[in-house]
Design a protein around this ligand. Structure first.
Ligand code: HEC
Length: 211
């Protein structure tokens, strides 16, 4: 009789309480999860040295200049193409002849230059800067430094050439010049990176071989 009409609002508000309670519980649960996950991530981030190592490795690659300077020319010579070098030599041909017995031009004849001595082409009038290095061998490294920046290599020299920025191009032109010789030099030893790998492999293989 009397309870009947009262029951409906009671049930209704009870239902709403449950719904609200469930929503609140869900929210609290989410909050709890996010706090826990935050905690998990917060502790993991500094623990991961992988990120730091990657960043350190990428940095020098982005800074192209210094990275190039640090890699030895032997690294690029290992895959240098004399054919490509012939194309690069077009930059030099305005001043340099590279045929055997060819005349000196604005610059000295370059036949057989790789491995020969500085400032020693007969009949060419060298600058004092290069003349001061007379007799020193033109090794791969010396030629690489000269072609990177003639000005930095020998301040006051008279080769009006800015240099070749790409190490691949320097290696290519050097491989090409090396072919223009009575006695081409052998290519320099394998790059340090490969040399470093070899002993590690041997060391790993050694115990197995011993047993
Ligand atoms: C604008 C002219 C010019 C260009 C371009 C030029 N050179 Fe030279 N080069 C010279 C002159 C001049 C000298 C002599 C420098 C001196 O006496 O200071 C020289 C010297 C050299 C020497 C030293 C030779 C020796 O007998 O010791 C080498 C090696 C050389 N050049 C290579 C190159 C190469 C490789 C290129 C192209 C990538 C090139 N040069 C581009 C003018 C030039």
């Amino acid at each position: 009789m009397v309870p009947a009409p009262l029951e409906e609002p009671d049930v209704d508000s009870f239902e709403w309480n449950k719904i609200f309670g469930a929503a609140l519980a869900g929210f609290v649960a989410l909050l709890g999860i996010s706090i826990v996950t935050d905690g998990v991530y917060a502790t993991h981030k500094p623990e991961k040295p992988g990120f730091i190592v990657e960043a350190a490795e990428e940095a020098p690659v982005e800074a192209a200049g210094p990275a190039e300077v640090q890699k030895p020319i032997a690294f690029y010579l290992a895959s240098a193409s004399a054919e490509k070098g012939e194309a690069v030599f077009k930059k030099c041909a305005a001043c340099h002849n590279n045929e055997k017995g060819g005349a000196n031009g604005i610059g000295p004849n370059l036949y057989g230059i790789v491995g020969s001595a500085h400032a020693s082409k007969a009949g060419f009038s060298y600058s004092d800067a290069l003349g001061a290095m007379k007799g020193k061998p033109w090794s791969w490294d010396e030629l690489n430094a000269w072609l990177t920046s003639p000005k930095a290599y020998a301040a006051g020299n008279k080769m009006s050439f800015g240099g070749i920025a790409k190490p691949e191009d320097r290696a290519a032109v050097l491989a090409y010049l090396n072919s223009k010789s009575d006695s081409p030099m052998t290519l320099p030893a394998a790059p340090a990176e490969e040399v470093a790998e070899a002993p590690a492999e041997e060391a790993a293989a050694a115990p197995a071989a011993g047993q």
